[in-house]
Design a protein around this ligand. Structure first.
Ligand code: FMN
Length: 175
């Protein structure tokens, strides 16, 4: 079996994709073979010894590409392919309370997949740009007039990816 890690992402405006790219880069720095792909383009998990899935949260729900990814790959993910999940994210204060609330949203979404046993779950800060809002969100004053923000903490993201590298290494070695 090929010892590759898949980093898949479900992103509308690109901020989750950028986080996935940084995670892939960090895993490669740890001598791991990594493939980076949009979640919607992944048709099989064959050939991957571990998966990292990143998803944006929109209106209390995980990005639809991530939900579909989990449904589509249930068999592989319940047959020993370890899965780590990260999701963004907080765009307001970035304080502990906001992170906890977002973690609650994420846990509720993951509870839709009772068979899921992620080896790691992480909430990542999000990025918000009112100028890039799409219909119908660009019509909502509370969103339109919200200031831009970028709460992605790159040091924390790289640190999480480094701990993942150590955690996923055994899955690679034994595959
Ligand atoms: C219309 C809209 C709704 C959002 N809803 C949520 C939400 O329910 N929970 C959350 O944590 N973040 C929410 N966010 C923040 C996004 O998750 C954040 O902007 C993220 O970085 C977007 O990822 P992307 O650039 O990969 O699409 C929302 C953002 C927008 C624009």
């Amino acid at each position: 079996m090929d010892s590759k890690i898949l980093v898949a992402y479900a992103s509308t405006h690109g901020s989750t994709q950028e986080v996935a790219e940084e995670i892939a880069r960090t895993l490669r720095e740890h001598e791991l073979r990594v493939e980076l792909q949009p979640a919607r383009d992944v048709h099989t998990l064959e050939g991957y010894s571990a998966v990292v899935l990143g998803a944006a949260l929109y209106m209390f729900h995980l990005h639809k590409d991530a939900l579909r990814f989990l449904s589509r790959h249930q068999k592989a993910l319940t047959s020993g392919t370890p899965l780590a999940i990260f999701a963004g994210g907080p765009i307001e204060t970035g304080d502990e309370k906001e992170f906890q609330e977002v973690r609650k949203q994420l846990d509720q979404e993951l509870a839709k997949f009772p068979w899921l046993r992620p080896v790691a779950i992480e909430v990542i800060g999000g990025k918000f740009d009112p100028l890039r809002l799409r219909f119908p969100w660009n019509l909502i004053p509370a969103l339109k007039h919200r200031p831009p923000s970028d709460l992605r903490d790159w040091d924390a993201i790289r640190h999480w990816a480094s701990t993942l590298a150590e955690q996923l290494q055994p899955a690679i070695s034994y595959s």
